[in-house]
Structure formats: C-alpha cells, structure tokens
Design a protein around this ligand. Sequence first.
Ligand code: KIV
Ligand code: ZN
Length: 388
Amino acid sequence: MGEQVHIFDTTLRDGEQVPGCKLNTREKLELALKLEALGVDIIEAGFPISSPGDFESVEQIARAVKNATVCGLSRAVQKDIEVAAQALKYARKPRIHTGIGTSDYHIKAKFNATREEILERAVQAVKWARNFTDDVEFYAEDAGRTDNAYLARVIEAVIAAGASVVNIPDTTGYCLPHQYGEKIAFLKNNVPNIDKAIISCHCHNDLGLATANSIAGVLNGARQIECTINGLGERAGNTSLEEVVMILKQHASLGYYTNVNSKQLNPISREVSDIMRMPVQPNKAIVGANAFSHSSGIHQDGFLKDAQTYEIINPEEVGAEGSKIVLTARSGRSALAHRFQKLGYQFNRNDIDVLYQHFLQVADSKKEVGEEDLQKLAETYQQEPVVA
Ligand code: KIV
Ligand code: ZN
C-alpha cells in the first residue's frame, strides 16, 4: 500500500475566495459533507474571523462532519485564533491553521518588520493556538520565495512551539518543481525536529506548476497536499485535488496512496462547478469534458483497437461518463464506422468509403458531426448509394 499522503481540501476556503465563487452556509455545509464522503482527510472550512457568515459556516461544518478533521484559517493574530477556536468548538477533530508571511517581500512590505520579529510572532501564534487544540498547522506564507536557511529556523521554532503540521506555501506559484522539491528536502535535512511534524504542500498555479510542485514536494518528504476541486483558488488557482490523487494512484510504484475514492471525482467536480457557477475548462485533466474524448483519426483508430493506446485512465475509475468518439473533419473511417454501428447501421467497408466522402463535406462545414447528421447521411445513402 505504501505511505499515506494526506489530502487537505481547501475548496471551501482558498477556492471560495475566488470572485464569484462565494457560497452561503447551506451550500458550504452540503459541499463539506460531499468532501467528507469523497475521503479527504482535512477540510479547511473557512476563515472564521473574516465574516459572521464564514464563522457560521465553519461552526456548522464542525458540528456536522464526523470523520474528517475540520480546519479554520487564521492570521498570526490572537483574536483571529480565538475566533477560529470558537468556530471549531464542536468539531470532533479541530485544527487551527495559523501563520504569517516569511519572505522578505512580506516581512518588509506587508509587516514593516524584521526576520526576528516575524519568527517571534510565528511562535507566539502557534502557542496561542495550542491553548485550544493539539492539532495546529503553521503556514509560512510565501515560503516559495523565502530564504531556505531562514525558513528552516522558523519551521524548527514553530514545531518546538507545538505545530504538528508545517505548511510550505508557494503562495505566488513562483517555484519550479525542482526548486520546490529542493526546498522540502532542505527542510527535511536541516530542521532537527522535522520528524515531529508533517510537511504540507500548498502550491498556487500562476505558472501552471501547482500540481507538479506538489508532487515534487511529496517526492522530497511532504506527506500532505493542500488542494481544491477543479483547482479553484486565488488568481490562477491551487493544486487540483483530482490531479494529485490520480497521479499518486496511476504511479502506485512511487509508493504513496490517498484515502480519496476516485470514482467520486467527476461527480464532485460537476457539483462544485455548478454550485460555484464556475465552468471547468474542457481540456482539464481528469474532469474536463474532453478528458476522455478522441477526435483525430489516428487516435480513434488506435483507441478502437485497444483503449490503452490513447487512454491511461479508465474513465469509470474517476466516475466519468465514458470515453467518447467525437466526429470532426479530422476523424477517420474507423470512427465513422463505429458511430454508425452504435446507431444500428451495418455498413460494409465500401459503404463506409463512400459515406466518408459525404461525411467530410458535412464535417468541413461544422465543428462536430452529431447523431442527426449521421442519420441524415445514412438515410440519404440508403436511398441513393453513390458517391456525390
Ligand atoms: O497561499 C497561501 O499562502 C495561503 C495560506 C493562507 C495558507 O493560502
Ligand atoms: Zn493559498
């Protein structure tokens, strides 16, 4: 089975921060229960001090969720932490997620402080949070651009203060996979008490590298990935939950597993997309409408001979409807014959050769040739079986 990688879902916090994705308490609760059923280990339910509505959502999720850990975000501010603890009061497994910016950009521009002052504030925040729960996660915001030696000092100090999970966010999505991996390896090798905590990856997608960076993190010692359904999140988004789960599953030889039930990935992706009114790009890995569609003649021919020629995942495994053979002007004869067969027509090779010429004329005039077009082609051909 290998080693577990914990899945920390932040759809309801980082995902919900996206303009237009705000949810009310009922919607957040509904989604939290679906995330629990999906098998995520931690649900980041919100940022309780941010608004009375978010406080209520976190509180209701904390009451309703039974197995997953319920987490509330806070800044390294006493009042934030107290309010987060209050919202999590009824959680069976509460976690406070507190932290502060550690890059020089944050230290100087945001806080007008020094590295030493930030280190003290980080430690103080973890101590405050530990007054309420044993499960405290610390985030070093903008860790991606934080000097590694200083980051290691902060991480050592917050673990000593009682953090049991240390989150290393690439907040701006700046790192390349090898750099992010090296950062995690550096912490593994240079923080003396690192074995007392789980290292978490929280990667943003500004350069399209969030998934690759999270996997690089795991390969170098992280055992938690923070991610969202459909990769929703600030700006270009977060790591996609469905992508990291399927990468670890498809590459089982790496030796990691998650508790996520992959068959629910497509259904939950659709629910999140509907409830947040945020369409999923058609070419999105795992959950996009085209993730299992084949449209070019060469691919269709191979796929029809053996699905594995062009598909590395069985669509059933991720709860998708199934593979699709889409007919466009780039499609080939095997695909056309296949689609006619599915409609109940039995044409021989010569018929298909003739029909294919008619098909190309139709296909050149539109984006996709549908069932109605095929039926029309078949009926016309049956009445008059000659080349146009
Ligand atoms: O991107 C980030 O750094 C965050 C933290 C608040 C964890 O979302
Ligand atoms: Zn984030």
